[in-house]
Design a protein around this ligand. Structure first.
Ligand code: TYD
Length: 127
């Protein structure tokens, strides 16, 4: 998979409330080495604006909503709206991404197969 894609995760519906889970390799094509989350993003602010040289990432809006614009290696621009906790956006290496239009309650989980490494970033606000 060298294109960004939406991955549907299991959702166990229950009168007590829903449950969703995620398993490396079964649901997305990498092993989790790091998790981080973005939240309390002020209205109108954007995050990202970069690609990674080697890192794979999966982003899930656990609450609220956010738009993720991606540009792949063939310069295909795609906009994904993340607004359900059982859908994630898989972003492979060398795909530029920007997160924007965060809702006030947006809480986004990011899963990565690498530890934080600033030299893996390729930053540019516009491609
Ligand atoms: P960054 O990934 O640059 O955020 P964005 O692409 O949305 O601008 O991260 C912002 C800061 O947080 C940067 O100084 C590095 C630091 N950071 C870590 O120390 N560890 C991490 O896992 C992440 C994701 C960021």
């Amino acid at each position: 998979m060298n294109r960004p894609s939406i991955i549907e995760l299991p959702q166990i519906a229950d009168p007590r409330g829903n449950l969703t889970f995620i398993e490396s390799e079964n649901h997305f094509p990498f092993n989790i080495k790091r998790a981080f989350w973005t939240y309390n993003v002020p209205s109108g602010k954007r995050r990202g604006g970069h690609s990674y040289k080697q890192q794979n990432e999966l982003i899930v809006a656990l609450s609220g909503s956010v738009d993720v614009v991606t540009v792949d290696e063939a310069d295909v621009v795609t906009s994904f709206r993340l607004d359900r906790p059982n859908f994630g956006l898989f972003i492979p290496p060398r795909v530029w991404r920007r997160m924007e239009f965060f809702s006030g309650n947006a809480f986004c989980l990011h899963l990565s197969d690498s530890e934080y490494n600033s030299s893996d970033y390729v930053r540019s606000e516009r491609r």
